[in-house]
Design a protein around this ligand. Structure first.
Ligand SMILES: [Zn+2]
Length: 420
């Protein structure tokens, strides 16, 4: 072994052990927006090919109705542009330098031991906040550990509600942060917890209408990884299933309802890798087991919320087929009730419809499983702000506005369920 090779090897091992300062892999990475998919012959299939077979990282799903945003690292830009031109796609540059945006976000985001909604917080801060909230309001709230992640982090659900005599209240379940990089999602789920527990005198009507179970961070390993200094970490989506070449499973493709259907990948290196089998991952398994157990204990599950970003869409099943569920009109009415309360707050517009109607298939999501398993009538994925200007790197200054409007939707939904 030459000396220089030995030194390089040594440095490499050192870097692995110590964790290098952030090298910003994302530097020079771009987000392209494809705008004419509907006009291209087999345009949807051609985009799906890029996602499923070529492992490009799609920030929004391939679709015919809206634009499709695709993240492209510098070394693949030429390949991407050639594919676009050869196939007649028209595209714009949505984000010219993702790395720059991440640096701006890092400079603005102040993380401390105390919870607030002006910044994106670490998992430990979130755990402490949830525990403290329940401890100080034990008459309405309780916390349960529902399982452990691959890296042995606790997954916690907080139950919030006031008991009402002679009434089986409708129950809501909410998963946040299942995709690690969607930082706005845990910010919202914790905001809802704060409103319900720490401001409960303002919302005690809601607490007697429903019981609400919130899993604020469904993928804590991935979430913490996105806050680390590892190269490329901020854009991490999957869990942290170890693998020598391509770690991670997309938890939102790992649920056991039509697992492995359209819009999923068997390739470990894909962002939409489905895992080795349905519920192969401890995180998705913990959610399933909790829902099943509570159902047996008599919980009256009615509505399931998966909180994601971004698109400003209220998506209902199915995500695995273009067919609609039999009660599709009910689901849309339910979604419309939420959006009708959301939009007046800041004028933020949302589309309501099925996943495949508005976007394209992605089987194995928690929303499809919630509906398909029969536990929940009303299941939805809510894709919150924005529509692509910042994408997953939504500035912390938008947390509260986004939270407030979404909160109004949740309140309207509780009322809807109570009156049903
Ligand atoms: Zn997502």
């Amino acid at each position: 072994m030459k000396l220089s090779t030995a030194v390089l090897l040594f440095l490499g091992i050192l870097a692995l052990v110590a964790g290098l300062p952030h090298t910003y892999d994302e530097k020079g990475s771009k987000v392209f927006r494809v705008v004419n998919t509907a006009q291209v012959e087999n345009g949807l299939e051609k985009l799906q090919h890029l996602q499923v077979n070529e492992n490009f990282d799609f920030w929004t799903r391939p679709n015919l109705k809206a634009a499709t945003d695709i993240f492209v690292p510098p070394h693949r830009i030429e390949e991407f542009e050639t594919y676009m031109k050869d196939n007649g796609f028209t595209y714009t540059v949505m984000i010219p330098d993702v790395g720059k945006l991440i640096l701006q976000e890092k400079a603005l985001n102040k993380q401390g031991p105390d919870m607030d909604w002006d910044n994106y917080q670490r998992y430990e801060t979130i755990l402490n906040f949830v525990d403290q909230s329940a401890l100080s309001h034990s008459e309405i709230a309780s916390v349960e550990e529902i399982g452990r992640t691959i890296e042995n982090r606790p997954m916690i659900v907080i139950k919030i509600g006031t008991p009402v005599a002679n009434k089986t209240k409708p129950a809501i379940f909410m998963d946040g942060g299942i995709h690690a990089r969607e930082w706005i999602s845990p910010a919202l789920t914790t905001y809802f917890i704060n409103q319900l527990v720490n401001n409960f005198t303002s919302y005690d009507d809601m607490l007697s209408q429903v019981d609400i179970y919130i899993l604020p961070v469904a993928n804590p390993d991935g979430y913490e990884y996105t806050h680390s200094n590892a190269s490329g970490a901020r854009m991490w989506r999957k869990n942290r299933r170890p693998d020598v070449s391509c770690p991670g499973v997309d938890l939102n493709r790992n649920f056991g309802y039509v697992w492995g259907g359209p819009g999923t990948s068997p390739n470990k290196c894909s962002e939409i890798y489905k895992g080795t089998q349905a519920f192969s991952e401890p995180e998705s398994t913990a959610i399933r087991n909790f829902i099943q157990r509570k159902s047996i204990e008599g919980v009256n599950w009615r509505a399931y919320f998966a909180i994601h970003s971004y698109a400003q869409m209220w998506l209902v099943p199915w995500g695995w087929t273009y067919d609609f569920p039999q009660d599709y009109e009910d689901l849309v009415r339910f979604g419309n009730a939420g959006v009708a309360a959301l939009t007046p707050v800041h004028g933020t517009r949302y589309d309501v419809g099925s996943v495949t109607e508005l976007l394209s298939p992605g089987a194995g999501g928690s929303d499809d499983w919630a509906k398909g398993s029969g536990f929940f009538k009303y299941s939805q994925t809510v894709e919150v702000r924005d529509t692509g200007e910042y994408g997953f790197i939504l500035p912390p200054s938008q947390i509260k506005d986004c939270a407030l409007e979404t909160w109004e939707a949740i309140r309207a939904i509780a009322k809807f369920l109570d009156e049903e």
